[in-house]
Design a protein around this ligand. Structure first.
Ligand code: ADP
Ligand code: MG
Length: 244
């Protein structure tokens, strides 16, 4: 299994707040890694660092073996290898089709290719009937499905999903989780999801990690993390004693 993403002692400080502390982690092709942890533990900051939206105070990030940083000359190309999907997405005031097509058009795809790919993803995410609707009229679940389609249509290698199904109903959650599974089945892909829901981590992730106070407390195969946690804090979390 090839390593897609690796970090070495990633740290990020805001004044006296250490948001991310000494995080060394690796994600292999085919992985869906679930990061769990209390609010304020640094999960979203870690995603911004991985997506090269912010530079870390210290530490390094490697993607497919090459070091990446916000100061590299082709940072935009590097960033395109990853797609970040947030809990509260924003949509352009245009049709669903146009929102999903946008990234392809930016990259100079032909009209035929754009049409075929957008239709494929709209179908997959159950949005074909909403193709011509204004994206801003979508329900929360439809909006999130559209954002997922918009992100994966440009073929990133890694998707970073930050509480992407929080507050959604089971039907929408199931569609999105299946879309993540399908994405990762393709060659050379992986996903990292931030979730507050241990059941989601169990359903979806082959690896799981607990993050607290900026650091990764424990990471491992999901079944091992839940059945045989080594750290007392992980045990408290998976047994439901640690509530957040
Ligand atoms: N831009 C910022 N400026 C200052 N502090 C920040 C900034 N972003 C995050 N933080 C702080 O870093 C810590 C981690 O935040 P965050 O990564 O959003 O956690 P999580 O996503 O796990 O809830 C928090 O204490 C938060 O207040
Ligand atoms: Mg967050």
């Amino acid at each position: 299994m090839r390593t897609l993403l690796r970090t070495e002692s990633l740290t990020n400080e805001y004044g006296s707040t250490v948001a991310v502390s000494d995080v060394s982690m690796a994600v292999n092709e085919g992985d869906i890694l679930g990061i769990m942890g209390p609010s304020g533990s640094g999960k979203s900051t870690l995603f911004r660092l991985l997506n090269l939206l912010e530079s870390p105070s210290a530490g390094r990030i490697f993607f497919e073996g090459s070091e990446m940083s916000t100061s590299m000359p082709d940072v935009h190309m590097a960033r395109r290898k990853m797609a970040l999907v947030l809990q509260k997405p924003a949509a352009m005031n245009r049709s669903v089709f146009n929102n999903v097509a946008y990234g392809l058009q930016l990259r100079g795809a032909t009209e035929e290719e754009t049409e075929a790919k957008v239709n494929f993803y709209l179908e997959k995410l159950g949005l074909a009937p909403s193709r011509e609707r204004n994206a801003r009229s979508l329900s929360g679940g439809e909006m999130q499905r559209m954002c997922f389609a918009r992100s994966v249509i440009v073929d990133p290698k890694l998707v970073l999903l930050d509480e992407f199904t929080a507050n959604l109903d089971p039907k929408n959650i199931a569609i999105l989780e299946n879309a993540v599974r399908d994405f990762v089945k393709q060659d050379g892909r992986a996903a990292i999801i931030i979730t507050h829901n241990p059941f989601q981590a169990k359903r979806l992730c082959n690896r799981a990690a607990l993050m607290m106070e900026g650091g990764i407390v424990e990471e491992g195969e999901t079944s091992r993390i839940f059945n045989d946690p080594r750290d007392e804090r992980t045990r408290a979390f998976v047994s439901g004693e640690m509530v957040f």
